[in-house]
Structure formats: C-alpha cells, structure tokens
Design a protein around this ligand. Structure first.
Ligand code: GAL
Length: 658
C-alpha cells in the first residue's frame, strides 16, 4: 500500500498565503521596486518568477546574464516577498533550437513542431535532457541558498499544448528500449499485445514503430504502452530536475504546476518526486472545454462549474501527498478558450477561498500586470496594462482582510469518502471509447459532483492506496483493477460504489480471463453479458428517479435482481450488502439517488445542496460557496464567522461548528 512518506521539506507557513506570478523581464527595472511594494500592500507574500526566462538568462550558449535576475530577486526580497523560482525549461531559446534541432518534438507524422511559441521540446531527447540539466544546475547553484528563494517550480505545465507524446526519432529509439525492459523478449510482447490479430507479429523490438499514422486504429495495447512510455519520460524529465535542485537547494520544497482536466501523463508518478503539488486553476476557460452540457455552460458561464475547482484541489492534494498549492488562479477573462467570459464580480474571491477550504497552503494569481504585447494580451491580471488595479486586485485585498479577521486556519482532516482516480483509466477509455464521448475523467467528475451535491467532502485516492479508514469508497471507472487492490477493497468495512467498465481490462489491455467486470465480480456477483452503446438520441429513461442512462449500458447477468430498472426493463443499479454497481453512465438524478443510498449504507448524513451551492469542511469550519447566478439560502447551521444567512451570487460564508 502507498503511504505518505516523510519529505523533510518544511511547509511555507502555517497560515494560507496569497501569491502572484510576475515577469520582471517584461517590465523596466525602474518599475520593480514599486511593483514589489504594491504587491505587499495587496497582501501578497509569495511571487513566482523565472519560468519562461531562459533566453534572458543565457542569451548565447554559456554567456549567462544573471545581473537582471539577481536584481529582481533582491528587489522582491527587500520588500519582504518570498520567491518561488521556476526552472525555464518550457522555453528553450532560439539559439539552442538552431544548434540542436533534434530537441524539437515531432507530430504524429514525424514532422518537427517548430520554435515560436512554447513547450517546443521532446521529453525523449537525450540532448534536451542534458541541456535542461545544465540550465537547472546553473540556476540552482546561483540561487539555491538565497534566503528569499523559498521553493522551486520545475518547468511549466508539463504536457500543455499536446506535448506529452512526441513522434521523434529519439522517441522511437526510447520506446524500443522501454519495450525491451518491460517485456524481456519479443515473444512476450507479441503475447501481451495479441499481435496474432491482423498479422502484426514482431520478430524483434527494433521492428516496432510508434502507433501513429496507421491505416486504421492501431493495436490498443501498443497505444497504451506508448502512452505509458511517454508518461514515464515526463516523470523522468521532472526527476532529472528535482535531483539537481535537491542537491543544490536543500530544504526548499519543489513543486510543478499541473493543469485542469489534463490526463496525458501519470500525475501520481510525477508527484512522487515533488514535495507539493500545485495546479493552475482557470474555471471559466475550462467550462468551455470540459465535459459539461449546454445547460451547465449557460448557468455557470461567469462562475465556472461548481465542481471543477473542488475536484482538482482534491486530486492535487493527493498528487502532492497532502500538500497543495494553486500556482495560477484565473484573475478575469483568459485569452485561450473559445469564448473568454468575464467572471462575475466576486468570483476571484470565491475561487481563492475555495482553494483555502480544500487545504491550499498558497494561492497565487496569474498574473501581476496585463501584458500589452505577445500571445496573452487579452488575458486579465491584477493590474491593467497601464498599472491601474483591475477588479481581481480588490477581491484579493478583501480575502487578505477576511483571512486576518478569522481564527487561525485549522488543519485539513481526511474526508469520510474516497473517490479513486487514475490516469491509465483515462488512456484506456480514450483509446477504446466504444461509445463516443465515454471518458473515465468525465465519469469521475460526474460521481464527484453527485457526492458534493449532497454536501459530502471527498478525498481523491489512487489505486493501491490504503483506504481502510473511509466510510464510502467510490470507483467511478477503473478499467484496470489489480487483484491485490480489489482484495484490499474486499477487506475494507466501508460501503462501495462501483461504476461501469471498472475491472473490464487487464494491464495488457485484454479482456480478463473470466470476462468483464474482472475482479469486480469478486466484490459483488455481477457479470457483464453485453454492452449497448447509447448515442445522444438513445438515452434510456429511468422514470422512477426522473433520470436516465446515457452513453453506455451493460446487460448484467448473475444472481442479483436489479435494485432499479429503466422504463424498458433493463437493470440500471445493482446492490448487495452496502456494495453498489452501476452498469451504465447515470444522469445526475439517478446518481443522486444512488449516492444517497450508498452514503446511508456508510452511515453518512447527506444534505442536498441548493443548486450551485457547495460545502467544504476544514477542521471545525464549514466553507459555503454559491456558484449560482442567483442568491441561495445558507444550507448549514452553526456560528457564522463570515457571510450571512443568504448567499449572493458568487458569495462565500464560513460557519464554525456550534
Ligand atoms: C497557463 C500557463 C501560463 C499562462 C496562463 C494563461 O496555462 O501556465 O503561462 O499561459 O495559462 O491563462
């Protein structure tokens, strides 16, 4: 079982901290002292800098220009600010790309993706690994023991802009080596991949190409292994940097800023080499891109989906093994969604408080001053291009004052509900959706939402974690459920809620020997006879709960009678002794009924929330958030420390246990 290990690095502080992302290289040096003083005045304690500054630090190979960065750090430090220093490897400079063009990533057709934006490097490139090591070592030696440099960020948003997989010659060579290590013999690879199918057998590892640009669908096990390989390269690239930083800058926590709704590499694996997980929270940008319906997009256009930030806070708290920061918080309209809505007044305050409620030690706004040049001119900031305070600055000040007026923040306690999530599940449902739109991530989000709609706090867990302390264990969609963890779940006393496709594949992407749902059948007696993939017009109505099943519906065989049937007579919910199995993708109404029953089996009290309202407890405090565009009544009793008995749109309340 995975356990929390001792990482030694101290927390930044006891109290939640507010921060900002700053690019001193974008502004005249003469502005820096005033910028720093204004940050302090706003309540900012931490500044992240440096993560895109390689070409300013090293304008030509070996010709380092430290003077400006020394001065920027000195100015910020003199103002009393603490610094998170980013390694600049997300943006290799032009001279480096020209000198070593093999560091560029390649697209699915093997064509290089070119210089001129960012993230133009291939994780598999040995040359780039050496260059990253060189620049990170130089930075760590220069600033590793600077008293104001309190933490490091590796790179920036691994994988952003579809950069985890690269189809470069280095990736081909690396993948073949990786396969050799994994399988030992090509016969074992042929067996695992089932290459007898369509005459794909290989005679040697060196015959294996990347699974791209094939005539039709490539072998799914081949695709899954290439995803695993690519994910391992991200983890190794990160670990290369953390090794350098730990040696040259001991005692400083190391983080990486992960993203929302992003599953292209195994974040738990990267997290094992970090001290803190941080993520970049852009609730409005992701409302457009996420698996949300038209109704939700309309209702939450200026607020973001009520479960978007919470899910990621809870996920990254697990990735960081208990330690969570928000490295970038949306401050206003962003520039990269299809339509970039302006947040409702008050939303930045709500998002800041929500991060604190979920245990964030630091929440940092992206960015200080809006850039009048470059790709992100249309992205809001705390200051306008001409230096006036924009709306988010006022909301940040308000949070600063409110924090000062509240008692010390209590520690975050484990929740009573654990929801299991992992990355290979997302890869498997992406490779073989079977019904367009089926996604393990969307399924996890929908189960998470149902738990939060009845007022439950949730911890996200990874397969293999010890979950024996939880009252309710939820596995929305884990196609590969290993026998050991299934046995652990069987021994846990908690109630179980298991969603469709869990246990349906082996680690080699094959159907388990006893058929689907594999080891789930040992937890409750269900066997999947066949699956009906439901297109958008074919939702199956479940009038008993005013809901339906969409996308996927299994026909279940076995001794259990369905606990609930659809109007057409098909079983949509099976349960026995506190263990529940859902053979399809449930609508919210159906999931609400199931979650309520499973919570009752677990001895948990549910409290249906007014629409758009969410709760999160931290110690003896309950935080209440209104994501609705209309006022909502406060749904909890207790001693009000902040807010009133009615919550305005975007408002927050804090209630102490009576
Ligand atoms: C993040 C990124 C930042 C900036 C920001 C804009 O994804 O880390 O550098 O681009 O988005 O919203």
């Amino acid at each position: 079982m995975a356990t929390n290990d001792d990482r030694g690095a101290a927390s930044l502080d006891g109290a939640p901290l507010l921060g900002v992302c700053y690019y001193p290289e974008h502004w005249p040096e003469a502005w820096w002292p005033e910028d720093a003083a204004r940050m302090v005045d706003m309540g900012i304690g931490v500044v992240r800098i440096g993560e895109f500054a390689w070409s300013r630090i090293e304008p030509r190979r070996g010709a380092f220009d430290w003077a400006w960065l020394d001065w920027a750090i000195a100015v910020l430090a003199d103002a009393g600010l603490r610094i998170v220093l980013g390694t600049p490897t997300a943006c290799p400079p032009k001279w480096l790309v020209d000198e070593l063009p093999e560091i560029l990533p390649a697209d699915r057709h093997g064509r290089p993706r070119r210089f001129g934006s960012r993230r133009h490097y291939c994780f598999s490139s040995p040359a780039y690994r050496r260059e990253a090591h060189r620049i990170v070592s130089a930075m760590a030696q220069r600033y590793g023991d600077h008293p104001a440099v309190v933490a490091w960020q590796t790179d920036n948003e691994f994988g952003c802009h579809d950069t985890v997989e690269s189809h470069s010659p280095a990736a081909v060579a690396g993948f073949r080596r990786w396969l050799r290590d994994r399988y030992g013999s090509v016969a074992a690879l042929n067996e695992a991949w089932g290459t007898v199918f369509w005459s794909q057998s290989y005679g040697d590892f060196d015959e294996v190409d990347l699974p791209a640009a094939t005539v039709t669908e490539a072998n799914p096990a081949h695709r899954l292994d290439f995803r695993r390989y690519s994910s391992d390269q991200v983890a190794a690239f990160n670990a290369g940097q953390t090794a350098v930083l730990r040696a040259a800058s001991p005692g400083r926590p190391i983080t990486h800023n992960f993203m929302g709704l992003f599953t292209d590499f195994d974040h738990f694996a990267v997290g094992r080499d970090l001290d803190v997980a941080s993520w970049d929270s852009y609730p409005l940008g992701f409302l457009q891109q996420g698996p949300y319906g038209a109704g939700e997009r309309a209702a939450y256009r200026r607020q973001g989906h009520p479960d978007f930030a919470g899910f990621h806070h809870d996920l990254y708290r697990r990735v960081g093994r208990g330690r969570l920061w928000v490295m970038e918080q949306q401050p206003g309209p962003v520039n990269w969604a299809t339509h970039n809505a302006a947040p409702l007044p008050g939303m930045v305050r709500l998002w800041l408080w929500e991060a604190i409620a979920h245990g964030a030690e630091l929440t940092s706004i992206f960015r200080w001053r809006r850039a009048p040049f470059g790709q992100e001119q249309m992205h809001a900031a705390l200051l306008t291009t001409d230096g006036r305070e924009d709306r988010a600055a006022g909301e940040l000040r308000r949070v600063r004052d409110e924090l000062a007026g509240l008692p010390a923040m209590p520690a975050t306690r484990p929740a009573r509900v654990a929801l299991a999530f992992d990355y290979p599940s997302c890869w498997i449902t992406g490779i073989q959706p079977q019904s367009a739109g089926f996604s393990a991530l969307a399924t996890a989000l929908s189960y998470y939402g149902a738990l939060r709609r009845v007022g439950l706090d949730v911890d996200l867990v990874a397969p293999g974690d010890d979950v024996s302390g939880y009252a309710l264990l939820v596995l929305p969609c884990l196609p590969v459920l290993c026998e050991d963890w299934a046995a652990h779940l069987d021994r846990c006393a908690g109630a179980l809620l298991i969603g469709a496709r869990t246990g349906s594949k082996t680690a080699d992407f094959q159907v388990p020997a006893g058929g689907e749902p594999g080891p789930v059948a040992g937890l409750l007696p269900v066997r999947v006879a066949r699956v009906d993939a439901l297109d958008a017009d074919a939702a199956v109505t479940v009038s008993a709960v005013g809901g339906h099943v969409h996308t996927w519906l299994e026909e279940v065989e076995g001794p259990l009678a369905p606990r609930l049937c659809a109007d057409d007579g098909r079983g949509v919910w099976y349960a026995r002794d506190g263990r529940h199995y859902l053979p399809g993708c449930p609508s919210d109404e159906l999931l609400d009924a199931v979650v309520t029953a499973a919570a009752a089996d677990a001895g948990l009290t549910v409290r249906p929330m007014p629409e758009g309202v969410r709760l999160r407890r931290r110690g003896g405090l309950t935080f209440v958030f209104n994501y609705a565009a209309e006022p909502r009544p406060l749904p909890v009793a207790g001693r009000l420390l902040m807010g009133g008995s009615e919550l305005a749109p975007g408002d927050v309340a804090v209630v102490a246990d009576a």
